[in-house]
Design a protein around this ligand. Structure first.
Ligand code: TYD
Length: 222
């Protein structure tokens, strides 16, 4: 796990709040229907008992309740409250699941993490990437993935893939294009942590790339 190894301009963690531990923290990011969930599951299956799968928002009793509220089309939520809810779920996930797993030397595989808040709330919804980063830095006590795999797909192609309709996915192509642009900026700003993988490739080909990247991250962590 990283402590604060990156230069200050791109640092998402607070120095001194997180120590180096044995585990490896891998997150998957991408627009809706980019194939993250499939790839996270394939990685977890490949890693076997070493893996600790988590999803965002969710993964704890509070997080799952937050997920239900956030995805409920009947519940009107302003952008600030939405960002705070994601961060609250993330704080619990870090404290209850991710940190203990990393301390036990496991490989945490997260379907989304703080970059989702930076891309969706900070950038696409206009709250400001720096502001959302600062709030999440506090919520996560500086926890940052060792490796973030960004699955790059064209928003129009992703929209054609099937999926459940919810509040987010109903908002359409324009939002997904903004989120895609936001991710591209994040990847460019932090090349040491992000790896961009072509998500339009067949799932097995994407998985092979993912395995190679995770293998390298694990070797670097030893
Ligand atoms: P999810 O159910 O993981 O959908 P998908 O499988 O398409 O990724 O996530 C639900 C929605 O929540 C998705 O549109 C992205 C959004 N989201 C944010 O806006 N901010 C966040 O911090 C997170 C974790 C998710």
């Amino acid at each position: 796990m990283l402590d604060d190894a990156r230069p200050s301009a791109e640092a998402a963690s607070t120095p001194g709040t997180v120590g180096r531990v044995a585990g490896v923290f891998v997150s998957f990011e991408g627009i809706d229907r980019s194939g993250k969930t499939t790839q996270a599951r394939m990685l977890v299956d490949a890693l076997g008992s070493e893996a600790v799968p988590v999803r965002e928002p969710g993964g704890t009793p509070l997080g799952e309740r937050v997920r239900d509220v956030i995805k409920d089309p009947q519940t009107e939520i302003g952008p600030h409250a939405e960002a705070l809810l994601f961060a609250a779920a993330r704080a619990e996930l870090c404290r209850q699941v991710i940190r203990p797993a990393l301390e036990a030397g496991r490989v945490v595989v997260s379907d989304r993490f703080l970059d989702s808040s930076l891309a969706y709330q900070g950038d696409a919804r206009g709250l400001g990437v720096e502001e959302v980063l600062e709030m999440n830095r506090w919520a996560t006590e500086g926890l940052v993935p060792d490796l973030t795999i960004y699955l790059a797909v064209d928003p129009a192609d992703a929209a054609r893939r099937s999926g459940e309709a919810d509040r987010f996915e109903d908002e359409g192509l324009l939002l997904q294009e903004r989120v895609r642009d936001a991710y591209e900026r994040l990847v460019e700003a932090e090349p040491s942590r992000f790896r961009r993988v072509d998500g339009s490739l067949p799932p097995d080909a994407v998985h092979a790339e993912v395995l190679a990247l995770v293998g390298a991250a694990r070797a670097a962590a030893v």
